[in-house]
Design a protein around this ligand. Structure first.
Ligand SMILES: [Zn+2]
Length: 182
């Protein structure tokens, strides 16, 4: 039975790398895959920190044309925390009605420790929820993200999605997250 998967982690755990390796494994066996990015990301390419790249189809609106899924063996979604509720429900329908597995990769929470819309509904609706682990500077598991501005200062509030900003993110453990953000 095909399933809806949510592979989640903090920032910089290698989600995009994981996605591209899995997509490659399908293609190596002669199967076709569809790689999607939520429209809000504003990009048409997935780039991993270790240098892998892959073109993606932009997922705008609530649904995609059913013809796009013909002869597709697997669907991959990067930056899946940015999916809307309706987009997650559409992808669940791809699994249930078209019998195609959908593998979503994304964050669990934003820099304020709040769930993203996409992560909230993926954590609620996915058949399989899989953590991709990464570590904090203190060597505990990193599960949270802090936002750093262009002057290397911690940012405690602001917009959840900053398009084209100069901020960066560091993944930290929960204890350090609350130590730093309180
Ligand atoms: Zn820590």
């Amino acid at each position: 039975m095909p399933k809806l998967f949510y592979y989640y982690s903090a920032m910089n755990a290698g989600k995009s790398t994981n996605l591209m390796q899995s997509a490659h494994n399908y293609e190596e066996r002669g199967m076709r895959v569809l790689t999607l990015l939520p429209g809000i990301v504003g990009k048409t390419e997935i780039v991993s920190r270790i240098g892998l790249r892959r073109d993606a189809i932009v997922f705008d609106g609530d649904m995609l044309d059913a013809s796009m899924f013909e002869s597709i063996s697997c669907v991959f979604v990067d930056e899946a925390q940015f999916l809307s509720r309706n987009q997650v429900i559409f992808l669940a329908g791809v699994v249930d009605a078209m019998d195609i597995p959908v593998l979503c990769y994304g964050l669990r929470t934003d820099f304020m420790g709040e769930p993203f819309e996409g992560s909230k509904y993926l954590l609620s609706l996915a058949d399989e929820i899989v953590e991709i682990k990464t570590i904090c500077e203190c060597s505990k598991k990193a599960t949270m993200n802090i936002r750093i501005d262009e002057h290397k200062e911690l940012v405690k509030d602001g917009e959840q999605v900053q398009i084209g900003g100069n901020e960066s993110y560091v993944s930290v453990c929960r204890a350090d997250f609350f130590k730093m953000t309180r």
